[in-house]
Design a protein around this ligand. Structure first.
Ligand SMILES: [Zn+2]
Length: 200
């Protein structure tokens, strides 16, 4: 299979799933990993920022209520951009509009009606991490100095927030390119082609 389809082709059977609705432990673990990856990313990015933009050293020391409000706004903006990138690639491979949901602690994009080949689905999964990461690091070099740490914060948040995407990716690597993936947003299921067994 190398195109997305709305009907599961003959001979395909479900061979696994990642279900964040049912698997609470996995959901909590992912959030803990996301937090530490986010903190580590911010440390690395801000160290990088002070190297390439030495001027930002003079701006530190004043985290005011206004700054926290800006950060909260950035979190919401980032979640929207992240899910839009997933949504864009869902659209590229299915040519139909994906679904989006925004909850209190997480957001998702999905294409519940579609079975997507694993190679294409890897692009859907990795899209936000790669694109936001690349654009963010480029912006850190170009924006006014007072913005640099906010951009670093967003890239770090995005990297941490991609923990679930990376989990899905590690599963995808173990599957053959013939496999199909279905993603409702919080339940990810994959299907493998089962060769017909001839009984003698
Ligand atoms: Zn994602």
């Amino acid at each position: 299979m190398n195109t997305s389809t709305k009907t599961l082709p003959e001979g395909y059977v479900q061979s696994g799933e990642i279900n964040l609705k049912k698997n609470r432990l996995l959901a909590i673990t992912l959030n803990i990993i996301a937090f530490f990856v986010g903190v580590l990313s911010f440390f690395l990015l801000s160290s990088f920022a002070t190297l390439v933009r030495p001027g930002i050293m003079n701006l530190s020391g004043s985290i005011t209520a206004g700054v926290w409000a800006v950060m909260l706004g950035l979190v919401i903006l980032l979640m929207t951009i992240h899910e839009s990138v997933h949504g864009f690639f869902f659209w590229v491979f299915t040519r139909s509009s994906p679904v989006f949901a925004f909850r209190l602690f997480y957001a998702y994009a999905g294409a519940p009606d579609w079975y997507i080949p694993t190679r294409q689905y890897m692009i859907v999964t990795l899209g936000p991490l790669v694109i936001i990461g690349a654009v963010g690091i480029l912006l850190m070099l170009l924006v006014p100095e007072s913005w640099v740490l906010f951009i670093a914060f967003m890239v770090a948040l995005n990297t941490g927030g991609s923990a679930g995407d990376l989990l899905v990716l590690t599963r995808l690597f173990k599957l053959s390119p013939m496999c199909l993936a279905n993603d409702t947003g919080d339940v990810f299921t994959f299907y493998e082609h089962q060769p017909t067994i001839d009984h003698p």
